[in-house]
Design a protein. Sequence first.
Length: 121
Amino acid sequence: MGKNLMSESSDTIFGKIIRREIPADIVYEDNLCLAFRDVNPQAPVHVLIIPKEPIAKLADAESQHHALMGHLLLTVKRVAEQLELSKGYRVVINTGADGGQTVYHLHLHLLGGRSLQWPPG
């Protein structure tokens, strides 16, 4: 495996959700990614969009992930439209310990349903 892929020993809760080993409130799925509601929401709408390919963090994405990374952002747009976030939303990617990442499987947070403040924290 390349340095950007996680080994079986570093499997995460998100890998288990992809394999349906643990339940999740899935709002969207296609052959490349999965979107589900966060179990600890920070806004009225808080959805995580994850690639099915196990990339640990954004800093590990490489040029071969170009199409996947664009697909993830377009999926955010699709899910935001599906959840009727027409007034706006925020997309967050936490990367590494100082970035606040706690699950080492790349994921995008889609937050909306209320006015969001800046700076975020």
